[in-house]
Design a binder for this molecule. Structure first.
Ligand code: FAD
Length: 363
């Protein structure tokens, strides 16, 4: 999120410094699956699902501009997503979803068993039907974060890796900068985009602190030898499968309240493997390439926190939970609009921090 905003703001002429504790793009944004699947993720239409759809529409132009600026290729696969039903309960849920989404004008098709098997013969024989979302795609998020760093630097942003932000500096009027482990960085605008850690910058008044907590996700990748077993992203009530062009097949993901413990567990790995084999028995003999875990930044209502705080000059771009890769283009565009025009775009208002501190006095 920080890199996407930095690229956008530096492009718009702001002087930008990215302060990063480790290496850029190595936490949740590296761990993610890169699915851009708002129509699968959300049961109903809300301000957040609408924002995710808006960001999805921005993705093709975002990737094209990012490839051009960074000079690197981004694996952005646009074969759509299948959401199969494995039993009667799944099928009932998907049929109700189809009905709702058709009324809302979502691009969704119902596929018969025969059609699903023709598209993805490696899915379990338990499949009864599936929904097909032609516009819900996926991107290699690791390509995106690498390209964002190059692009941001090319338009003049300064990236300071291995520099921990310790606290935000401010006086009675506004923000003055960031205190880091290696000195002070002066600034009259500070954007806190520290993901799962964003409530821990010290010294901030409580009303500026986002109620963000980490939610662990474990994932693994299988190596594909020979023909790719899947062409589409497979989203399901069990595991999801995300085929990369490189030949890796991602299997995700657990959703766990485990504090800041960011490691793969025996139970997590077992569950992912069991679910993957249930969804696609053909995966049984595939080599495991790697396993990892990441911390999704989550808020109590599951929506991100984007925009100004009561402290002048201090902004937030955090709490994107399961959809931060998807929401990167729109969040960056909203931040640019807020900082250049001074106004919060109407569509961004539901994501202000004030929804959590409505009754608190100003800082
Ligand atoms: C397993 C898993 C699967 C996911 N799948 C998807 C998906 O398919 N689609 C999707 O859209 N989203 C997905 N997500 C969610 C997505 O990854 C996140 O919402 C998004 O990456 C959050 O981005 P961020 O920049 O806020 O956080 P992060 O990527 O965690 O970045 C925060 C950065 O802040 C730095 N930092 C923290 N504290 C400090 C400090 N004090 N000083 C300096 N730097 C600091 C960290 O080092 C880190 O680099 C997934 C997440 C996980 C874990």
């Amino acid at each position: 999120m920080g890199l996407a905003i930095a690229w956008r703001l530096a492009t718009d002429g702001f002087g930008v410094t990215v302060i990063e504790r480790g290496e850029t793009g190595q936490e949740a944004s590296w761990a993610a699956a890169g699915m851009l699947v708002p129509d699968c993720e959300f049961e109903e239409t809300t301000f957040f699902s609408s924002a995710c759809r808006q960001s999805l529409r921005m993705y093709p132009a975002f990737v094209e501009a990012l490839e051009a600026e960074s000079g690197s290729r981004i694996d952005f696969r646009r074969f759509g997503t299948l959401y199969p039903a494995f039993d009667n309960r799944d099928q009932k849920n998907l049929e109700a979803r189809l009905c709702r989404q058709r009324q809302e004008g979502v691009a969704v098709h119902s596929l018969t068993l025969k059609e699903v098997r023709r598209l993805e013969p490696n899915l379990t024989s338990k499949v009864q039907m599936a929904l097909y979302y032609p516009e819900n795609n996926q991107v290699e998020n690791r390509d995106v974060v690498k390209a964002l760093r190059v692009a941001a630097e090319r338009v003049g942003a300064e990236i300071r890796p291995h520099t921990e932000a310790l606290g935000v500096l401010y006086d009675t009027e506004c923000v003055r900068g960031v205190e880091t482990a290696t000195g002070t960085v002066g600034a009259d605008i500070v954007i806190n985009a520290t993901g799962s850690w964003s409530r821990y910058l010290s010294g901030l008044p409580g009303v500026c602190s986002p109620p963000v907590r980490p939610v662990r996700g474990q994932m693994l990748a299988l190596s594909v030898v020979g023909d790719p077993p899947f062409r589409h992203t497979i989203y399901s009530s069990k595991a999801y499968l995300v085929p990369r062009t490189s030949g890796r097949l991602l299997v995700g993901a657990t959703v766990e309240e485990a504090g800041f413990k960011n490691h793969v567990t025996a139970t997590g790995a077992l569950r992912l493997l069991r679910d993957a084999i249930e969804v696609a028995p053909a995966l049984r003999d595939f080599p495991i390439e790697s396993m990892w875990a990441g911390l999704r930044p989550a808020t109590p209502d599951g929506w991100p926190v984007i925009g100004p705080t009561p402290l002048k000059g201090l902004y937030l771009a955090t709490g994107h939970y399961r959809n931060g890769i998807l929401m990167a283009p729109l969040t960056a565009a909203w931040m640019a609009e807020m900082l250049t025009g001074g106004e919060v775009p109407p569509a961004a208002r539901p994501f202000l921090l004030e929804r959590f501190h409505a009754s608190a006095p100003p800082a």
